[in-house]
Design a protein around this ligand. Structure first.
Ligand code: 0RA
Length: 658
């Protein structure tokens, strides 16, 4: 195994010198130094505590941690270019043109600030002095954590006004020598270059960096950091991508709306420094019905919202209602609801604060109470002024909101009508539903099955004690193109909502969910994939909380049955088929399953429904922006981008994991 791979001649020289110099493992350790080593030892012992996991996700955290440090330097206004390179040798190099990590002696610890930052847990902030450190959730753990989990690491620093390049190398977090001069450059140069080789003793699955995933996050980061040039180079596959958005989150909003018809040409934008932190908001309405609001705290996507989101929502509702009332659009006790003013809204809310508190199970929710008021007053004031100054735009937005209010009223009446006829409440469950006998939702599950024949097999094959079956006939309505009132006219959707028990829209109540596992089971063909996408769209747009709560799953029926003599094997992918056939010597009888209906009830239970053997794919929303864009593209109004997506990602569409 490779433990040291100094990639440049300069580093080679440095490492040779370090071997000649005083060994860091020599005798002269003081108590503080021992503590430092123990700190990084703790990281190596329990890496999950610091980076979440040691799979690919954890590996990506290392990159994020190092790049975030450079982005922080850009946020503080000292850096405009960051280049991250994944080498063929899996060494990751991050170069920025910031001020350079300080190298002067730390007064108390009597060693270079650089060494302290690289070898001490949570040391980054101490040298900050103003500005915001991106330090939420799993991020912001410090470069020292990356160092501890790297077989080899090196940092080189150039400070303005000093032509020397200072550097230090490390092995599993321990300095291989002191900070020293490793080269010369010109006096005006400044910046930091960090290289690391993640330790395969820790990342035992290997160093498999995913270019697309890192790209996606770079794009988002570039939007959130106006005028930062952020480049990702992948030397393994010779790919490169640079992100630069002069307009920052204004560009972001335009990008999200690019396939939608905007109600006003220029997005509304405000950026204020408040006593609590920085508040930045961009928004633009489109003629669609979906809401796409994405919130960030210190560049971290707060998928569960939090105080900044609630401040934004109250300000939006209040400002639009105030304007509408003052200008005679609404009268008497009429008001526009929060849902009304957010229909067709695309918005980015980005805040930066010194000590962000991330809450909730996935740390996706901003908890700082003071942020609610800060965002609220910034948006109240700036949006109020914007509406006053642009009466035509204000009129268009308010007419859109009034339309939404009327549609919502129509939906309410439709819902009441359905309820009176015994539709949406669980005292009158739909006749098609084969319910289970279990009454505790935590132990109950529902299979949403495509078509009556597969539904029949599933009903016979299930364990009726805890498995309910709901067969849906044909395609459900594409909710991306329809409002709630129209949606509720659709039988399949009504049946589904009734069976789940949660209702929908402003009546939605997650605690009324009747089954804690909702399993979509469709055929393994194009039609099945389409129906699955329609269902996922419906859940994402109208029952998103259930996805966030981890309730939604996709069943994985087999693709093939292999028979050799009396032995039957089920195979779930083409790759698995190839390897099974190799093993069995190709003398097997292979039968391809196209539809669930081809399996008899026992086979369906054995392969797909029996909890002791089945595989379920849990639907998660890793990245709200990507999910939003994906559904917009797949299900929205614009046709050309959809075609392109399906052509270029046809395989992914078959296996959509948000
Ligand atoms: C602390 C203080 C100063 C710069 C940095 C940290 C810094 C850290 C990183 C990490 C990657 N790139 C970076 N660039 C800068 C500046 C102190 C000063 O010059 O006054």
């Amino acid at each position: 195994m490779v433990t040291e791979t100094p990639p440049t001649t300069r580093s080679k020289r440095a490492s040779r010198r370090s071997r000649d110099g005083a060994s860091p493992n020599g005798s002269g350790y003081n108590a503080e130094q021992i503590q430092v080593l123990e700190g990084l030892e703790a990281v190596r012992r329990r890496p999950g505590m610091y980076i979440g996991s040691t799979d690919q996700r954890g590996l990506h955290h290392l990159v994020r941690e190092i790049v975030d440090n450079s982005v922080d330097e850009a946020l503080a206004g000292h850096c405009d270019t960051v280049v991250c390179t994944i080498g063929r040798d899996n060494i990751v190099t991050v170069v920025d043109n910031g001020r350079g990590i300080p190298v002067d002696k730390h007064p108390k610890l009597n060693k270079s600030a650089l060494e302290v930052i690289m070898t001490t847990l949570h040391a980054g902030g101490k040298f900050g002095g103003g500005g915001y450190k991106v330090s939420g959730g799993l991020h912001g753990v410090g470069a020292s954590v990356v160092n501890a989990l790297s077989a080899w690491m090196s940092v080189e620093v150039t400070r303005q006004g000093d032509p020397k390049i200072y550097g230090q190398e490390y092995s599993r977090g321990k300095p291989k020598g002191p900070v020293k001069v490793v080269g010369q450059t010109d006096t005006d140069a400044h910046g930091t270059t960090t290289r690391f080789l993640a330790d395969t003793d820790v990342f035992i699955a290997g160093l498999d960096y995913n270019y697309e995933a890192i790209c996606q996050w770079f794009r988002e980061t570039a939007y959130l950091t106006r005028a930062l040039r952020l480049t990702l180079v992948d030397q393994r596959t010779d790919r490169e991508m640079t992100f630069y958005f002069e307009g920052g989150i204004i560009s972001f909003v335009r990008h999200l709306n690019r396939n939608r018809m905007a109600l006003h040409e220029r997005p509304f934008y405000v950026h204020r420094e408040t006593g609590v932190g920085a508040v930045e908001v961009a928004l633009q309405y489109n003629d669609g019905f979906a809401e796409s609001t994405h919130t960030y705290a210190n560049n971290i996507n707060t998928i569960d919202g939090g105080t900044h989101l609630s401040g934004f929502k109250s300000a939006l509702t209040r400002t639009i209602n105030d304007y509408a009332r003052r200008n005679g659009f609404v009268k008497g006790d009429e008001t526009l609801s929060g849902d009304d003013v957010r229909e067709g809204l695309t918005a980015i809310v980005s805040v930066k604060l010194a000590e962000p508190q991330f809450e909730g199970q996935t740390k996706g929710k901003l908890g700082n109470a003071e942020m609610a008021g800060a965002v609220q007053s910034v948006v109240n004031e700036a949006l109020g002024a914007h509406l006053e100054e642009n009466p035509q735009i204000a009129r268009r937005i308010i007419e859109k909101c009034l339309n939404a209010a009327r549609a919502r009223e129509a939906a309410r009446k439709a819902r009441e009508l359905v309820q009176r006829k015994g539709g949406l409440d669980n005292f009158s469950l739909p006749g098609k539903l084969a319910d289970c006998s279990e009454r505790d939702p935590a132990r109950a599950e529902i299979y949403i099955v495509e078509g009556d024949s597969a539904g029949g097999s599933a009903k016979q094959g299930r364990d009726r004690r805890f498995q309910a079956i709901l067969p849906l006939r044909g395609k459900i309505l594409n909710v991306e193109k329809a409002r709630l009132d129209k949606m509720l006219q659709n039988n399949e959707i009504r049946t589904l909502i009734t069976a789940l028990g949660t209702s929908v829209g402003d009546q939605f109540d997650a605690s009324k969910l009747r089954y804690h596992r909702i399993i979509i089971m469709t055929d393994a063909d194009v039609d099945g994939a389409h129906i699955r996408t329609l269902l996922l769209t419906f859940f994402f747009r109208h029952l998103e909380q259930l996805i966030i709560d981890g309730r939604l799953y996709i069943a994985q029926p087999p693709l093939y049955r292999i028979k050799t003599g009396k032995k039957e094997t089920w195979v779930y992918s083409d790759a698995e088929l190839a390897s099974s056939l190799k093993e069995l010597g190709e003398k097997a009888d292979v039968q391809r399953y196209k539809g669930l209906g081809e399996m008899n009830p026992i086979q369906l239970w054995d392969t797909t429904m029996d909890p002791s053997v089945r595989t379920l794919m849990q639907v998660t929303i890793d990245d709200g922006v990507v999910a939003d864009e994906t559904f917009d593209m797949l299900m929205g109004a614009a046709v050309p981008p959809r075609r392109k997506f399906i052509q270029t990602h046809a395989r992914d569409v078959q296996n959509l994991d948000l």
